[in-house]
Design a protein around this ligand. Structure first.
Ligand code: 6PG
Length: 258
């Protein structure tokens, strides 16, 4: 199923995969296509990566089969981070480093983790915003344009660290927000919706039966209480890649088979 997004030119596709390996292969292929196109057009490829459990296998696949000629022109940012040291078991950067970055030759200076040590969440959000603005050469009020953002969906419909009912959902000026949660989920630093929706390509990676209700809610877009349903790229493309378990509540006419 494809549908026009909010502004002309943006699109949304849902592709459902029977096999995990074909889903990973599809993400790797698209990563290669998007990165090659970005480097050809503007000399660099800027991606934002999410944490959580789902993406681990995809990051390993990209590391194994990514285009080695492009790593030095690849720039990695984080979509969000738990406010813990990068050695903590819950650190997104730790996971991304272990599954992806230590397996590829992306130069250290091209990697932009979110600061979580020797600072506080609000200051860290400001620092990350300044770092992103410098990298993208932004003037006041301008938005960065990531070539690709890899997002997940939580069972409650959150994405990045934008949770249901969060004030960060209505942030319209800042590029990065601090989010204060309970001890188990940790305080967070997250890209805001204006930044996310300004990306050229957004992938949702959704697997497992426990995501089926959230995925149906996001696709039907009847429940704007689900933050992931607010991800609607202004000009770019949104691709939802799911396995059969996560798509179990969708009707076959709603998606393509991968
Ligand atoms: C995080 C992620 C978050 C994640 C969802 C889904 O910091 O947890 O960035 O947005 O994508 O929580 O997580 P799973 O992939 O573990 O289900």
């Amino acid at each position: 199923m494809s549908e026009e997004g909010r502004e002309g030119g943006s699109s949304c596709r849902i592709v459902v995969f029977k096999e995990r390996r074909t889903m990973v292969a599809s993400v790797v292929r698209k990563w290669r296509e998007i990165s090659r196109d970005a480097v050809e057009k503007k000399g660099f490829f800027a991606a934002g990566l999410s944490g959580g459990n789902t993406p681990e296998g995809f990051y390993r696949g990209i590391a194994e089969q990514g285009d080695t000629a492009l790593w030095d022109k690849t720039y990695i940012f984080l979509v969000d981070e738990r406010f813990v040291p990068d050695t903590h078991k819950d650190s997104n950067y730790r996971m991304i480093r272990e599954t992806f970055l230590k397996r590829v030759s992306v130069p250290a200076e091209n990697i932009h983790p979110i600061p979580t040590v020797g600072t506080d969440p609000v200051s860290a959000a400001r620092k990350y915003e300044e770092e992103m603005s410098r990298f993208f050469g932004l003037s006041a009020g301008e938005l960065p344009e990531f070539d690709l953002l890899l997002l997940g969906i939580g069972r409650d419909g959150h994405t990045a660290s934008l949770f249901p009912g969060s004030v960060a959902l209505s942030e319209s000026r800042s590029l990065v927000s601090a989010v204060f949660l309970d001890e188990e989920r940790h305080d967070r630093i997250t890209l805001t919706l204006p930044v996310i929706n300004n990306a050229r390509n957004i992938f949702f990676l959704v697997t497992g039966r426990d995501k089926a209700e959230a995925l149906r809610g996001v696709i039907e877009k009847k429940n704007t209480g689900l933050p992931a349903s607010l991800v609607m790229p202004r000009r770019g493309s949104l691709l939802i890649l799911a396995d059969f378990e996560a798509a179990t509540l969708l009707s076959e006419k709603e998606y393509e088979r991968g």
